[in-house]
Design a protein around this ligand. Structure first.
Ligand code: RB5
Length: 144
C-alpha cells in the first residue's frame, strides 16, 4: 500500500484532515506528523519533521501552512527534498514530471478545499520523466 506523509501548522489542520480523508478513500496509507491542534505553532518544526520522514522513507509528503511559502522554504533546506508550492493542477503535474518533487506544499489560506484535492490528485497521478530533467536536478544542490 502506498504511504503519504502529511504535516501542517495550526492554519492547515482542517485542510490536512480533509486531505487525509480524501487520501484514505483512495486506499493510501496516511502518516500524520501533526499538528492536530489549532493552537499557534511554528511551521519549520513540522516541515523539518515531515522532511526527515520523507528523506528516510523515499515516500511522498504534503506540507500545509497558511500560504505554503514558509513550509516550502524550510523543506527545501533538506538536500533530499524537492518541495513544490502548488496553486494549480498544472503546477502539481509539472512538479512531478520535470522536477521530481517529493513534497507538495499547499497554502490553506490560499487554496480552497476542492482545488487542493485536485492538486493532490495531479501530484499523485504523475511521475518523473527523467532524461534531461535528471541532469538539471543534479545541478540544483550546491557542493557541501
Ligand atoms: C502563520 O500565521 C503563517 O505565518 C504560516 O502559516 C505560514 O503562512 C508561513 O509561511
Amino acid at each position: 500500500m502506498q504511504s503519504i506523509h502529511l504535516a501542517s501548522d495550526h492554519t492547515g489542520v482542517d485542510l490536512k484532515t480533509t486531505l487525509a480523508e480524501h487520501l484514505g478513500k483512495m486506499g493510501i496509507n496516511v502518516i500524520n506528523h501533526g499538528t492536530d491542534s489549532r493552537d499557534s505553532c511554528d511551521y519549520p518544526v513540522l516541515a523539518h519533521k515531515l522532511c526527515a520522514a520523507v528523506e528516510a522513507s523515499g515516500e511522498l509528503g504534503i506540507l500545509i501552512c497558511g500560504t505554503g511559502i514558509g513550509v516550502s522554504i524550510a523543506a527545501n533546506r533538506h538536500s533530499g527534498i524537492r518541495a513544490a508550492l502548488c496553486t494549480t493542477e498544472l503546477h502539481a503535474r509539472m512538479s512531478r514530471l520535470h522536477n521530481n518533487a517529493n513534497v507538495l506544499c499547499l497554502g490553506a489560506r490560499v487554496t480552497g478545499v476542492e482545488l487542493a484535492k485536485a492538486i493532490v490528485d495531479a501530484f499523485l497521478e504523475n511521475s518523473f520523466e527523467g532524461g534531461r530533467h535528471q541532469r538539471r536536478l543534479d545541478m540544483i544542490n550546491l557542493p557541501a
